[in-house]
Ligand binder design. Structure first.
Ligand SMILES: O=C(O)COP(=O)(O)O
Ligand SMILES: [Mg+2]
Length: 213
């Protein structure tokens, strides 16, 4: 049995279009809408950082943070309809569970929208434990959420699966082997991201888990 912890946005799900929708809903209408590449670049370090990046990109007053953050959070839980699951994710999670592994979810997305989107996509049942970006005082790349999830899952071999530099840093800080999904929202070239192994299709993951055991 391995404890396998997953990142969410850009790893299991492609949520950028839903996040783009709520970002544009809170932006003053006279400003240029935020683009998908911008959204992908702003995501990964949690909602407060996303809002700060949005403020910088559209030269908004810094004191608009609270209003924008509140508007964003109010819409986030229901912004699920344009989100898709990467190919093979559900089958792979199901196979890993059937093989006896225990699965956790460590995301910087706030916990309520993370739970909502997992439920909407039928993925919630696979995870024994979930921590979001607002669950603890620390968020990734601080290793605290990943370590708390792993402690909850037992004390066997552990792996962390994510899509970004933030995830690589988190795994390194927690001294956990990192598996990089290369098709998500990295900030730079994926070959520059330190990892134990990389994969571009979820069908490869069960083999990697077996091999690293
Ligand atoms: O909400 C974010 O910033 C991204 O979340 P993630 O940690 O699931 O990639
Ligand atoms: Mg991610």
């Amino acid at each position: 049995m391995t404890r396998i912890v997953f990142d969410l946005d850009g790893t299991l799900i492609d949520s950028a279009e839903d996040v783009q929708g709520i970002a544009n809903a809170i932006l003053p209408p006279d400003l240029p809408p935020v683009t998908l590449p911008e959204v992908r670049a702003f995501m990964g370090e949690g909602t407060p950082t996303f809002i700060r990046r949005l403020i910088d990109a559209r030269d908004l007053p810094t004191d608009s943070f609270d209003t924008l953050h509140k508007g964003f959070m109010a819409r986030y839980k229901t912004a699920v309809t344009r989100t898709t699951v990467y190919p093979g994710v559900a089958e792979t999670l199901s196979d890993l569970r059937a093989a006896g592994h225990r699965l956790g979810l460590c995301t910087n997305k706030p916990a309520a929208p993370a739970r909502a989107v997992l439920a909407h996509l039928g993925l919630a049942e696979y995870f024994d434990v979930l921590l979001g970006g607002d669950s603890l005082p620390q968020r990734k790349p601080d290793p605290a959420p990943l370590l708390a999830i792993l402690a909850n899952l037992g004390d066997t071999r552990a792996l962390y699966v994510g899509d970004s530099e933030t995830d690589a840093e988190t795994a390194h800080a927690a001294a956990v082997p990192f598996l990089l999904f290369t098709e998500g929202y990295p900030k730079g070239p994926t070959d520059k991201i330190a990892c134990t192994a990389r994969f571009s299709s979820f069908s490869a993951l069960p083999g990697l888990v077996a091999q690293l055991g």
